[in-house]
Design a protein around this ligand. Structure first.
Ligand code: SF4
Length: 293
């Protein structure tokens, strides 16, 4: 099921259907549920996304370990105070929401893994901020979530979405790619443009390592979600303008898989390399584990 973006796009073009329709049809067959029930399941997830993108903006959400938290609240308050972010109003608001979801995750709150917990902020933050700015209905956002699901399935089938298997490129990279492809569809782009948004996003995130301090999904994960949103926005605009990835999107996904295979194990969620191995990273890890005794 969904072995390549090329096949997914071709199917949509030949049947003159949207990517969302193709993915929903496939899901009804796989789940043996009606189309209404499949959409209802996604609607439940959308509600969780709405809550988790909001919670961190309303109050500082601290992690259980104490090494992260409160960034979404700080940033949101700065925006609400009328400061002018150089990243622009839509991107900056999406960044705040991405931070929120990952702080909720680190605080043991409820999130939707899209595709993983560590990368759960990028997709909802992007889509819900576009809903705010462009006044999309919930049904349109649900369609976009199905597009993201189809893209995620291709990535899982050709590579993986696990930091332990492929580094952070596989987690936040895949999440940003899913969000970019889904957003292009939401904004009226063609299936081909969605696929190229995926390719452009992933190209720009290849090689990103997974180096969580103390092995916890907090540092650098929370802020990497804000950065993932930014990468996604770059690809959305380029793809909608008709810019394409010279390397076909499926080949970009394959390159990510191959990079993951040769990546050092210290850089694949072991908490032994990269930022986790810095003096501050080690000091924080020692404190976390000391405090937990
Ligand atoms: S650094 Fe590792 S644990 Fe954190 S978001 Fe990236 S892949 Fe996930």
């Amino acid at each position: 099921m969904f072995e390549s973006l090329q096949v997914l796009v071709l199917e949509a073009e030949e049947k003159k259907k949207s990517l969302a329709e193709i993915v929903i049809e496939t899901e009804t067959v796989a789940s043996n549920l009606s189309m209404e029930d499949v959409r209802l399941e996604m609607k439940k997830r959308l509600q969780i996304m709405k809550e988790s993108t909001q919670q961190g903006l309303e109050r500082p959400v601290k992690s259980v370990s104490g090494i992260s938290g409160g960034s979404a609240f700080t940033f949101w308050r700065w925006l609400e105070d009328g400061n002018k972010p150089v990243s622009g109003s839509i991107l900056s608001r999406a960044m705040a929401r991405a931070l929120s979801v990952n702080e909720v995750n680190a605080g043991m709150g409820c999130i939707v893994a899209t595709p993983t917990a560590g990368s759960a902020g990028i997709l909802p933050a992007t889509l819900l901020t576009l809903q705010e700015s462009h006044h999309f209905s919930d049904d349109e956002i649900i369609d976009a979530l199905f597009v993201a699901s189809g893209i995620g399935m291709v990535v899982v089938n050709r590579a993986n979405v696990s930091g332990a298997m492929g580094g952070c490129q596989a987690e936040t990279g895949s999440a940003a790619a899913m969000a970019a492809g889904a957003s292009v569809a939401l904004l009226g782009g063609t299936p081909r443009q969605s696929a190229h948004a995926v390719g452009i996003t992933l190209k720009n995130m290849l090689g990103l390592v997974c180096d969580p301090v103390a092995g916890l999904v907090e540092v650098p994960c929370v802020k990497r979600n804000a950065a993932g949103v930014a990468q996604c926005f770059v690809a959305i605009d380029l793809a909608l303008a008709g810019v394409e990835s010279i390397i076909p999107p499926d080949e970009v996904i394959d390159a990510m898989a191959n990079i993951g295979k040769v990546m050092d194990k210290n850089l694949k969620e072991t908490g032994m390399g990269g930022l986790a191995a810095t003096p501050t990273g080690k000091r924080l890890a020692a404190k976390v584990w000391q405090d937990s005794k």
